[in-house]
Design a binder for this molecule. Sequence first.
Ligand code: FAD
Length: 416
Amino acid sequence: MRYSGWKVITEGLLGNTGWGRAWRDPAPKAEYDAIVIGGGGHGLATAYYLAKNHGLTNIAVLEKGYLGSGNIGRNTTIVRANYFLPGNSEFYSHSLKLWEKLEGELNYNVMHSQRGHIILFHSDGQRDAAVRRGNAIVNQGDDAELLSVAQLKEMLPYLDYNQTRFPIYGGLIQRRAGTARHDAVAWGYARAADRLGVDLIQNCEVTGIDTVDGKVIGVQTKRGAIRAKKVGMVVAGRSSQVAAMAGMRLPIESHVLQAFVTEGLKPVIDHVVSYGMGHFYISQSDKGGLVFGGDIDMYSSYASRGNLPMVEHVMEAGMTLMPMLARARVLRSWGGIMDMTPDGSPIIDKTHIDGLFVDAGWNYGGFKAAPASGWCMAHLMATGQSHEVARRFRLDRFRTGHVMDEEGTGSQHNLH
Ligand SMILES: Cc1cc2nc3c(=O)[nH]c(=O)nc-3n(C[C@H](O)[C@H](O)[C@H](O)COP(=O)(O)OP(=O)(O)OC[C@H]3O[C@@H](n4cnc5c(N)ncnc54)[C@H](O)[C@@H]3O)c2cc1C
């Protein structure tokens, strides 16, 4: 069934009785050409592009819970392509271009909204860094613009510009950046993959990876063994655990990242705004809630909820930047498990086991990456070669020293 304005009108007139299920609920087959472990944004996108770009249709996505139950449905939905380092910048640029056509491609409203993302800066040094970043983004072919305080005051009148500690010196805007509805991205990819014949198998936790003579031959699941010559591990915060099933130790730590949403308010924040002096970012959802977050909880954990010190830190940063926040009531908060790499950049690579591939290390920035990650992981699984925009996301860079330290903090995430 194709979704369209016409379909909405006719279904409205007919009592909405003609809508079918968005995707099938198949039982697992004994064997597939390829298996993708993980039904998050990246896993579903990988399966979709395997089918769409490479013609593989005998594929299964194995998800331990329900589709979209992981970070894809828990993030603060920021989509941008303002990365600095070669390797990252062309990858995220590719991703943003995919975002711009995603709704038409998937025939699904993912509510992609290019409302602009502004990073504030608060010192001369930060301004210099913002100018360098802006030039790198423009050289990459994407948009970036420096904003003066006067321009900012017009666009964001609610900020406290004269805080004694961190006065605002200006901002760097990417106008094509913005937000999208997070779980709709999972649903859109799921529905589109299903229509191409991909089996989406929920409540099917992978418990083991079977190998013979250095080659993958399938997986063990809570619903039985399934054979496949190609297996992709696309499980975000659980990457270390799943890779351990194949005897691998990944350079990844899992940490919780929390997010918060207020009660619905009238439109007040038109952009995505990031504080340059504290880890704080905020936007307003189409329902009116102010959606915001900050840094990871600094200890490793697999619990999908966070602790109070980070709640206090985020609220303090928010109040410093925009005191009006004091009048909003926080409705809920939640957490997701982040797959943090030592250099803050991801991994899309083969492993030492023939036919076993890994897509991981998305840190807290993997939502915006989902389209390009799926595109490049599908390319790798289908052709055995890295896609050109993901060629630096190598697993062995941590051994060879070719790290991509986008944050400039080395392995010390607590320094950003
Ligand atoms: C609070 C928060 C805010 C964030 N904000 C942003 C943001 O603004 N912008 C941005 O770009 N990114 C953001 N992120 C990061 C982003 O959400 C993640 O990097 C991204 O969603 C990870 O990829 P995924 O969607 O595939 O992960 P997930 O949705 O977590 O998918 C992985 C799936 O694997 C499944 N799985 C795990 N183990 C197994 C197993 N053994 N067998 C079968 N299935 C298994 C899980 O159940 C899960 O569904 C944020 C994350 C959080 C938590």
